[in-house]
Design a protein around this ligand. Structure first.
Ligand SMILES: [Zn+2]
Length: 424
């Protein structure tokens, strides 16, 4: 037996054991063999496990679609195999996943694609052997997905200047444009498509709920609000925002905001149902200036939230007690892909009943072997340890359920099913 095969069997056994061992899940249903198709009025949120970064595909009640991030880390990392395998790039697997669940199948297009921030596990990176478009620009991560699924609108944190808090684009070398930075490749790529009128690019408008919208209003109120980007945070009142970073000129060079702090965060609302996703927002600044902890301010603005994607892959500093207490989430989804996530300490906080009452189900996209050992017996408290996680919200937003899909094969069979949960 190869070590890869042993790992696979261990992971499958782990996923099964964790599902059976969870005491907190709302209810067990016989899992269908495959995910029932999306139907109008339903909101689907697919957390896609590529093993190479984040990608979340949302299908809104009227069929409008949004992709949040398309990570594509290139480096081989021990215990962090690509999913389902390395025969395709992460961007190609993301497109394959979306075509599988989209009603238009192979002809599927995206309405919106959003990049939370410019790190490889959220928008990809460049390398000499990556495939190119006709203009010689590299297709990897978000550029590969844009090329395949042709969104109408791309939203990022820096269009059109890409210079906050400091210039994000490295000047291309005279020798080869391959050596331009990943942000430079992305910038040139989207600029070319804007010039040919194939695409619109917008900078995230914090506080606003009119940037990502439906074509057809559903039966219940529906809203996607940008609640943070570049340190500007929604206050929770109307469209009002506040700048949480001091003036850049007053900040010591070593303390300037980093990419994670600048992440775009979204709050989605459908009837009574609330969902949050916020890229790699940091929590406890751990000795650095207090303003660097963006997450607690976002939590105070959004308040109770049924389901949230855990910030920064479950790293040790976010998921602070203040954030967990503010959101009181029934379902938490940890977009872990590296062997260092989620941090055992952060997971312990997520499961701690002192921060808020009642049960909660924690789903991890890819709990790698080293972290499974580090977490120890607490693994048995996870609702799932491995697989794509799909939140399906019923028409009107009163109830939702969660499906776990096998991330090891392109068929993506359903291997877990919990709910229904009542939206609060
Ligand atoms: Zn990340």
């Amino acid at each position: 037996m190869t070590s890869g095969r042993r790992l696979l069997l261990a992971a499958l056994a782990l996923a099964g054991a964790s599902l059976a061992g969870s005491q907190a899940a709302a209810g067990r249903q016989a899992a269908p063999a495959s995910l029932p198709p999306w139907t109008p009025g339903t909101l689907d949120i697919h957390h896609i496990a590529t093993g190479r970064g984040n990608a979340t595909f949302l299908q809104f009640p009227d069929g409008t679609t949004l992709l949040v991030d398309a990570g594509a880390v290139r480096a081989a990392i021990p215990y962090a195999d690509p999913l389902p395998d390395a025969t395709r790039s992460p961007g190609a697997w993301i497109a394959d996943y979306i075509r599988q669940v989209h009603p238009d199948g192979a002809r599927a297009r995206l309405d919106y694609a959003l990049v939370t921030h410019f790190h490889p596990d959220h928008f990809g990176e460049t390398w000499a052997e990556a495939p190119r478009d006709a203009a010689g620009l590299q297709l990897a991560g978000i550029t590969e997905v844009i090329d395949a699924l042709r969104p109408r609108v791309v939203i990022d944190r820096a269009w059109p200047a890409y210079d906050y808090p400091t210039p994000l684009v490295t000047a291309p070398s005279a020798a080869s444009r391959v050596e331009r930075s990943a942000v430079g490749n992305y910038k040139a790529f989207v600029e070319a498509r804007v010039a040919s009128r194939a695409l619109r690019v917008e900078q995230a408008r914090v506080g606003k709920a009119d940037q990502i919208t439906l074509r057809t209003p559903p039966s219940a109120p529906f809203e996607v609000r940008i609640v943070a980007a570049n340190g500007v945070v929604w206050t929770g009142r109307g469209d009002e925002t506040e700048a949480t970073f001091p003036p850049l000129a007053s900040i010591a060079k070593d303390d300037l905001p980093d990419e994670n702090m600048c992440s775009i965060a979204l709050r989605l609302r459908y009837g009574r149902f609330d969902y949050f996703t916020g890229g790699d927002l940091p929590g406890d600044p751990e000795g650095a200036p207090a303003w660097q902890g963006v997450e607690p301010r976002v939590g105070a603005a959004i308040g109770p939230t049924d389901v949230h994607q855990v910030n920064h892959h479950g790293s040790i500093d976010p998921s602070t007690p203040a954030f967990l207490t503010a959101l009181r989430s029934r379902v938490l989804i940890v977009p872990a892909w590296a062997p260092t996530h989620p941090s055992p300490d952060a997971l312990k906080r997520m499961l701690n009943p002192r921060y808020y009452d009642g049960p909660r189900d924690v789903f991890v996209l890819a709990l790698r072997e080293p972290m499974r050992h580090a977490i120890g017996a607490r693994v048995q408290q996870l609702a799932s340890a491995f697989g794509h996680v799909v939140v399906r919200v019923a028409p009107g937003g009163d109830r939702y359920e969660v499906f776990v899909r096998d991330a090891r094969t392109p068929e993506r069979a359903v291997i877990g099913h919990t709910g229904p949960y009542d939206a609060q």
